[in-house]
Design a protein around this ligand. Sequence first.
Ligand SMILES: [Zn+2]
Length: 284
Amino acid sequence: MNNVLKFFDDVIKKGHLSHSYLLAGTEDLDLAKTIAQKILCKQEHTGCGSCSSCLKLASDNHPDFMVISPDGASIKNAQIESFQEFVFIRPFESLYKIIIFDEAHLMTDRAQNRILKVLEEPPTYAIFIFLTRQVEAMLETVKSRCQIVQVLDDQVKSIDIEMYEKAVELIKGIEKQDVGRVLEYGTYFKQIKPKVSDFLNLLSSILRDIMIFRETRNYQLITEANFSILNYEDLLSKISKSLSRRKNVELIGMIEDVDQKLKNNMNYDLTVDKLLFKCIEREA
Ligand SMILES: [Zn+2]
């Protein structure tokens, strides 16, 4: 399944929906509508296609759903005004009200600033989804209010969300010095043997971003794909505080070393065990 949809399925299931998402790298309105359909669907958020909410959405008749697309070359003031009217009226038949901004970079700075005021204090039921291939053209103040979800096009290797979650769980285990949780990864490593290099690269890329964040506190420097996952639950700041710089550096080095050893056909189980023991080693 599309990774972005999987991401939203997980977020919906866990009840962790944020107010604002920026889908970076896509202007696929159908994708955004599918996300909205799931959020609004009355059949356990499946996007069933047959409940009253899904039917209304399909016929462009849903009272709690709005799309703002550029009118000509830009998104016009009048459109922002109708958005402002729409967003402050409570939803009619759903728990949520969803507003999609297509080609969001075509909003003028003035329009973005007006929207920013709503983003800063959104009504509890409001969810905003911005779509753009030109993230750099969006105001920093608007971006910083959004959870950025990087949508990778087909040429870029797609991220295996399950593997991603496993990597994040392992890093949480390291951070909490949770010996049990970390050692359980022995089994996981056995399952992913053919793809172990991908997993190690992912771990090392996350640890690098944690290090960069510790040193700079600058979200903009974080790989967007990592950012969309790590900022969820505010993991970046939590882990960068509790994991020492020294251990952070050691782990990155060790992971690269393990990757190399496995490529050279060193004993798989022993090499992986050494890594896991390093993960839970107490600092002197
Ligand atoms: Zn439905």
